[in-house]
Design a protein around this ligand. Structure first.
Ligand code: AGP
Length: 609
């Protein structure tokens, strides 16, 4: 996810671009840049790092002009660096482009352009765009961009300017958001409304395939066939803060709702179209290297550690390799038994968690090979590991991790299947079963989110509880741990997760009237045993909310409420069971008046020990 902004009018453009980018920084913040049309041509200023770094640079030298485009980056193709930052330009630096999205066929286009004499400076997919514009340009920017979009595949929101047409911005979108801001003698483009809201409340929300030609006094919108269309003006009534959250009251809720898209992005290009196998090109392990793995250690902190526990169930089941999971702050100091036949998997959303990074270094010192699973391109763990699998969840702002967790789970399935394929531990049919289940997950999460009102409704009854227990067996137990962490970190309720069969060995003594139990019952091989455990807590007067698959109507007889989730493979159930738990934690915290996005004592990224 990146943010783009553009302005054409009569005011100095640099402060307007910087202000717009600041409102879009939530979409990405590893580098930023602007391109301004000045009297002498297009001037580009860009730098790696937060927007503040660029602002500092511009404080000393700001290009003068009243037309420009800007970009704040969340790296996908090419690590964060000055060169890879947007805007990108063509060979003659006559065109500048900002891009949000991914050009999937960039490699082929790049080779073709290079063969036609174009020289590339960056490692990005985006750079093919200004070169394509340069290639097709015959004195009409709009016509050239029309030609370009015929040749590109993938997702994009683009802002494009041309030195020879100093009164125009051309913009177009497909599968990435883009809005136009309508002003008086000035017009704007942006990835999101907050970037333009201090200038205008009148907007066009562009649909896929629509292209816009902006001048200072006019905005023309064209459909995919190039026909000019009449767009309805959308008047924004939200304030800036609400708009940044896309109308959601909190980032956490927004990110819970972003999960279907995040899961699709994580799976994108990684499943064979006929569901016969997973493709993890970034791993590049030889079959010999895979066979050499005698043991896997997964190490991480907090939510990422919980994803690792699911990973243990998944990898052991699919690839039949022993997996040990360790909290990173323990792993680094406990003299773990590791050698060159050990694969250490570190999981970290931020890629900067101090304990996880130290665990990675410890593992490497002991001769292990390290695979990083992270959301942030170019983060420390990504740079220091031997291999990286990115989760592609997009920036996660809320302290309570949601979409990072479910995308980490998806990577655990992909990894388990990849290892299984290489080691031949599964039949073709077994692989197909899990791959098919993975493909269905985004739509199934959407279906669960459709039950939000139902969950919100009954949660109010339990918001006063001071002790909550999360019970499950097998993978449900691993998800119970994450549910419990979610609830305690944002609602400050004491919560614990237990393997349901373990309760009777001590903790059952705490179960009395007024206690809430969340019982996860999706593992059909132990379903009856789980029901028996539920009956044990019911007999002690606890209130019980159960989660199970649609069609398992029996559970309703033993619990106070049931949340039904779509049926899936026993391993992939974790991605679905956690969603109601996220919503329960969220609505309980809201009911208790807690500051959901900024829970007390916590920080998003823990870069100290
Ligand atoms: C959970 O909601 C937290 N945000 C926290 O446990 C987090 O998962 C942990 O600090 C690890 O962070 P990382 O994934 O960025 O390494």
């Amino acid at each position: 996810m990146c943010g783009i902004v553009g302005y054409i009018g009569s005011k100095p453009v640099v402060p307007i671009l910087l202000d717009g980018l600041a409102k879009l920084e939530y979409r990405g913040y590893d580098s930023a840049g602007i391109a301004v049309l000045t009297e002498t041509g297009i001037e580009v200023e860009k730098s790696v790092g937060k927007l503040a770094v660029l602002a500092e640079k511009l404080a000393h030298h700001a290009p003068q002009g009243t037309l420009g485009i800007g970009h704040t980056r969340w790296a996908t193709h090419g690590r964060p660096s000055d060169i890879n930052s947007h805007p990108h330009t063509d060979c003659a630096e006559k065109f500048a482009v900002v891009h949000n999205g991914i050009i999937e066929n960039f490699q082929k286009l790049k080779e073709w352009l290079a063969a036609n004499g174009h020289t590339f400076r960056s490692e990005t997919d985006t750079e093919v765009l200004p070169h394509l514009v340069e290639h097709f340009y015959q004195g009409d920017l709009l016509a050239a961009v029309r030609e370009v979009v015929k040749h590109i595949e993938g997702s994009y929101a683009l802002g494009i300017i041309c030195q020879d047409e100093p009164d125009k911005i051309v913009a177009v979108r497909k599968d990435s958001p883009l809005v136009v801001g309508l002003g008086q003698g000035e017009n704007f483009i942006a990835s999101d409304i907050p970037a333009i809201l201090s200038h205008t409340r009148d907007t066009y929300i562009l649909n896929d395939g629509e292209m816009v030609l902006l001048t200072a006094n006019e905005v023309k919108v064209f459909d995919q066939q190039g026909q000019e269309i009449n767009k309805e003006v959308f008047r924004v009534h939200w304030d800036v803060e609400a708009a940044e959250k896309g109308g959601y009251p909190h980032f956490m809720l927004k990110e819970i709702h972003e999960q279907p898209k995040a899961l699709r992005d994580t799976l994108s290009g990684r499943l064979a179209t006929d569901n016969s196998r997973v493709l993890l090109e970034e791993l590049q392990m030889t079959p010999e290297e895979v066979k050499q793995i005698k043991k896997i250690f997964i190490t991480a902190c907090g939510t990422a550690y919980h994803a690792g526990i699911v990973g243990k169930y998944v990898i052991e089941d699919l690839a039949r390799i022993p997996v040990e999971v360790d909290i990173a702050s323990e792993f680094r100091y406990r003299n773990p038994i590791i050698d060159q036949d050990t694969l250490v998997v570190v999981i970290s959303q931020s890629g900067e968690t101090a304990d996880t990074l130290a665990a990675l270094r410890e593992a490497k010192n002991r001769g292990a090979r390290v695979l990083a699973v992270t959301n942030v391109v170019g983060s420390s763990v990504a740079r220091e590991a031997n291999w990286v699998i990115y989760t592609w969840a997009g920036p996660e702002i809320a302290v309570a991790s949601t979409k990072a967790y479910t995308t980490q789970l998806v990577v655990m399935y992909l990894l388990g299947l990849y290892l299984a394929q290489q080691r031949g531990t599964l039949t073709q049919e077994q692989i197909r079963e899990v791959v098919t289940a993975l493909r269905e997950l985004p739509a199934q999460v959407e279906a669960i989110l459709g039950r939000e009102e139902e969950i919100k409704g009954f949660v109010q009854k339990y918001a006063h509880c001071e002790d909550v227990f999360f019970l499950g067996r097998s993978i449900d137990y691993a998800v119970a741990m994450e549910g419990s962490l979610k609830l305690k970190e944002i609602s400050y309720i004491h919560a614990e997760a237990y393997a349901a069969g373990e309760l009777k060995h001590g903790t059952l003594a705490l179960i009395v009237e007024g206690i809430l139990v969340l019982a996860l019952a999706t593992q059909m091989d132990v379903f009856d045993k789980m029901v028996s455990n539920i009956k044990e807590v019911k007999a002690r007067d606890a209130s019980v909310v159960g989660i199970t698959f649609e069609g398992e109507e029996e559970l309703a007889k033993s619990v106070d409420e049931v949340i039904y989730i779509p049926r899936t493979h026993k391993l992939t159930s974790a991605v679905l069971t956690v969603v109601p738990l996220q919503l329960i934690a969220y609505y309980v915290a809201v009911a208790r008046g807690c500051d959901v996005d900024k829970p007390r004592n916590l920080a998003k990224s823990v870069t100290v020990e």
